[in-house]
Design a protein around this ligand. Structure first.
Ligand code: MRU
Length: 320
């Protein structure tokens, strides 16, 4: 991978790559306690479902080492962002562990291994010359290694396949334009950046053979909660007969939540939408950060435990 890691844990100190400043500036910020980690998650200095889980795990490790109340640290971290399941999953794992530092390090290590497994299960979907469309950043910057949605692409590229990757810019925070386009092109893939509203047109042109996105939470019935715009993309893919896949690690599967409609969708500050173009005075602005793609629009779920074509098969991802 050519881009720097999103999280560095060095000699017991936590450094986060400030993703709000990418790709113009590559700057690491040190976070010294759970409250600072929670603040970095809320402000999206670190973002992407698996990465916020890893960062929060280290937030718990910092709290444990400082002798702070672990329950209070956990509550602060979990409240930072409500939608991705990885955050509470990682915090609860560290909370239950005898050694918080070792557990956080284990979560970080497992994240790397899960990305490679996702790539191995998804790479067979890709052929030389295919057009692949992705949304938001479910790449190396959102995880610890090859990313999730991007893992099959990186492995296909490594194996010599030439893919044409279309990247939705992903308004309003522009994770596609600023992060995905950057990391894929740094790795030598053939990248084309498009506005979100152009995806359906490219499908109608026949330029897109496959869509792969990440996921922030996948519910028991297979609904995929992911970055705002994913639902529209899946509807467009279904209309045009383009297969739609979601790629994610087991930690994103939430068997305790029945359907996507039960998941809290984070509503972020409207300023993200009106920056840099302000709305006319008196215009209301909404900023839901995620949406729900119904399972019936998903062709397959690419996970670290296998590639599944039916929601009932996702049960193997459930813990224990
Ligand atoms: O708001 P973000 O940038 O944290 O949202 C990220 C996404 O929606 C990703 O697609 C998802 O977390 C998968 S990351 C491997």
């Amino acid at each position: 991978m050519k881009v720097p890691p999103s999280i560095r844990w060095q000699e017991g100190r936590l450094w986060l790559l400030d993703q709000r400043r990418l790709p113009a500036e590559v700057v690491y910020v040190e976070r010294k306690n759970a409250a600072e980690v929670a603040d970095a998650i809320a402000r999206m200095q670190v973002r992407g479902a698996p990465a916020i889980g890893v960062a929060a795990a280290y937030g718990m490790a910092l709290a444990g080492r400082a002798g702070h109340d672990p329950e209070a640290a956990a509550a602060t971290l979990v409240a930072a962002r409500p939608t991705a399941s990885n955050l509470a999953w990682a915090v609860n794992r560290v909370l239950a562990a005898a050694d918080p530092v070792r557990e956080a390090e284990a979560i970080h290590r497992e994240d790397v291994a899960m990305c490679r497994a996702i790539g191995a299960h998804g790479v067979g979907l890709l052929r030389d010359g295919m057009g692949v469309l992705t949304h938001c950043n479910a790449g190396a910057l959102a995880v610890s290694a090859l990313g999730t949605a991007t893992a099959p692409m990186y492995l296909a590229h490594e194996a010599g396949a030439h893919l044409r990757v279309f990247v939705d810019e992903t308004r309003p925070v522009l994770q596609g334009a600023r992060l995905t386009a950057w990391e894929l092109s740094e790795a030598g893939l053939d990248v084309t950046l498009i506005c979100d509203g152009m995806a359906a047109h490219l499908m109608a042109e026949g330029a897109v053979d496959l869509v792969i996105t990440g996921a922030d939470r996948v519910t028991a019935n297979g609904d995929v909660v992911n970055k705002i715009g994913t639902r529209g993309l899946a509807i467009a893919a279904g209309y045009h007969g383009v297969p739609f896949y979601a790629a994610f690690p087991s930690s994103t599967f939430d068997p305790a939540t029945a359907v996507g409609a039960d998941v809290e969708i984070e509503e972020r500050n409207p300023d993200e939408v009106t920056d840099p173009i302000p709305a006319a005075p008196g215009v209301r602005v909404r900023n839901p950060a995620f949406d729900v793609t119904p399972a019936e629009l998903v062709t397959g779920w690419i996970t670290d435990r296998g590639l599944f074509s039916k929601p009932a098969e996702l049960g193997v991802l459930a813990p224990g």
